[in-house]
Ligand binder design. Structure first.
Ligand code: DGL
Length: 270
């Protein structure tokens, strides 16, 4: 492993491409390997034990490819398995919770922050804990929004149905008077326009993906692992099922063409 080695990223499926997109924009010289566990998505409805097992298998796959840093792009996997992965694997690991929490704590003026995510992320309380470890006087209000994931994958990001569902999920957070809302799921950055409309323009939307990309930059710089070589940059993609679906939906998430994609099986040994 050296500064020319790739950044490894895993997600439960397609959603983590919103994180990869920000990594490519923040670190355009870096090679990347992305693993989407499309055979077993969604993680957000599963038990902590299952999410941890899947996360370990994903990490093993990427660790075998000489990555210089591991990014857990999935909010659910970051919430549940980040500490265990750090303990078991000798690689620098970045999750999406801490960077998002830090940005929210810095952004809020009235110390009222909302968090939305999958059921598993909200149940884990990971964002509340991370925000409180930075500033215990911040009131955190959270609510799961499980329908947002299929809606985004369906492409209904600008649809009256989505606005109605967002209204139903978010009205209680609006009534709490939050001034900052953490988008605690890989899919939610694609819903920014409708979320802003429902919450009002004065509510700051925190995109964990952007904050995570900045943190990766800082860590690689501090370890002297930023890629300084010239030449073509390679972005590789592996999925555990249905590469065709990943391609068609994924290019919308990533905002660019996906090349070098392969289907793979994971080593299921525990
Ligand atoms: N990637 C997941 C997350 O950010 C959303 C999709 C899923 O439930 O697996 O929590």
């Amino acid at each position: 492993m050296n500064s020319n080695s790739p950044i490894g990223i895993f997600d439960s499926g397609i959603g983590g491409l919103t994180v990869l997109k920000e990594i490519i924009s923040e670190l355009p010289r870096e090679h990347t390997i992305y693993l989407g566990d499309t055979a077993r998505v969604p993680y957000g409805i599963r038990s902590p034990e299952t999410v941890t097992r899947y996360s370990f298998e994903n990490t093993r796959f990427l660790s075998a490819r000489q990555i210089k840093i591991l990014v857990i792009a999935c909010n659910t996997a970051s919430s549940i398995s980040l500490d265990a992965i750090r303990e078991h694997f000798p690689v620098s690991v970045v999750g999406v919770i801490e960077p998002g929490a830090r940005a929210a704590a810095a952004a809020t003026q009235n110390k009222k922050v909302g968090v939305i995510g999958t059921e598993a992320t909200i149940r884990s309380n990971s964002y509340t804990r991370a925000i409180h470890s930075l500033d215990s006087s911040i009131a955190v209000f959270s609510t799961p929004c499980p329908l947002f994931v299929p809606i985004v994958e369906e492409g209904w990001t600008d649809d009256p149905i989505t606005e109605m569902i967002a209204e139903r999920y978010l009205s209680s957070l609006r009534e709490k008077g939050i001034d900052t809302l953490v988008l605690g799921c890989t899919h939610y950055p694609l819903l920014k326009p409708v979320l802003s409309k429902v919450m009002g323009n004065s509510v700051r939307l925190i995109d964990s993906a952007i904050e995570t990309a900045r943190q990766i930059h800082d860590i690689l710089a501090s370890l002297s692992l930023l890629n300084s070589t010239s030449g073509a940059v390679r972005h590789e993609f592996y999925v555990t099922d249905s590469p065709e679906k990943f391609l068609s939906v994924g290019e919308r998430f990533l905002g660019k063409k996906i090349e070098h994609i392969a289907a793979t099986k994971l080593d299921m040994e525990v």
